[in-house]
Design a protein around this ligand. Sequence first.
Ligand SMILES: Nc1nc2c(c(=O)[nH]1)N[C@H]1C(S)=C(S)[C@@H](COP(=O)(O)O)O[C@H]1N2
Ligand SMILES: [Mo]
Length: 276
Amino acid sequence: MDAETRVVDLLRRADDIVKAAPARRDDAAVVGQVGELLAQARDALADVRDDQRRRSLAGQVSRRVGDLDQAQVAAFSGPSPGVRRAPTRDVDPARIPPNQHLTAGFPVLHVGRLPDTPAHDWRLVVTGLVARRQRWSLAELQERSTVTERSDFHCVTGWSRLDNDWTGVRVRDLLDRAGAKPSATHAVVAGHPAYTANLDLEVLRRDDVLVAWAHDGQPLAREHGGPLRLVVPSRYGWKSVKWVTEIRLLDRDVPGYWEERGYHDVADPFREQRFR
Ligand SMILES: Nc1nc2c(c(=O)[nH]1)N[C@H]1C(S)=C(S)[C@@H](COP(=O)(O)O)O[C@H]1N2
Ligand SMILES: [Mo]
């Protein structure tokens, strides 16, 4: 089977599973199987010789990965009632990345269930290429220099929420406290339950990158990542790890949960870096 036939075949198999899904009542299994087929299709794309054909097939794979993301959200956390389109009038169009729309609410999006660890038992560790491994409780973080930063939030599924006031501490402060080694170039940030995202250290050190415990002046709701979440405004939302537990510094880029499933390592919404 040549590469093109193989991609088409994998897409057809993925579509067949999706079509049969309503009868199966096992959304998680459907998402897992379709995700696996799409990952194989993505790998096979590299061997499709004809540029135009490869681009067209890549678009078909991407669209299905996007659909799967939505399906996954529905499967794991129910429909997202927060996704309501907001008018874009009166907003500087330069603030809205390509192919994003504004949402009036604050959608909730994640895989898996909410953690039940009480806030007073929450710990954040900074590990890997650091001079001093550090561990903070929420109270200890709150004793550090607290900042509030206003920023926009862009989810790869298409919604953007502008003007979020996040309160927390700068990740840069924590990295400096831990003593990031010069060899450290990237990080993998982990959160409940086994969610991870990879980021450049340069991005993590920006002013607007926080671990936050409050949003718009209110304690951060559990479903939005409370008691503690990462916020990385300059990247698609999947990099803003909720229920954050660990920041591990590395000397290489190691893909996280969604990146392993075909999403972009960098994920700049203004360059529309959705998929690899
Ligand atoms: N731990 C964890 N963090 C996560 C996710 C997740 O599945 N698990 N989903 C990400 C995605 S895709 C988005 S868009 C944002 C959504 O944040 P919100 O639910 O507060 O809107 O959380 C991100 N952080
Ligand atoms: Mo997202």
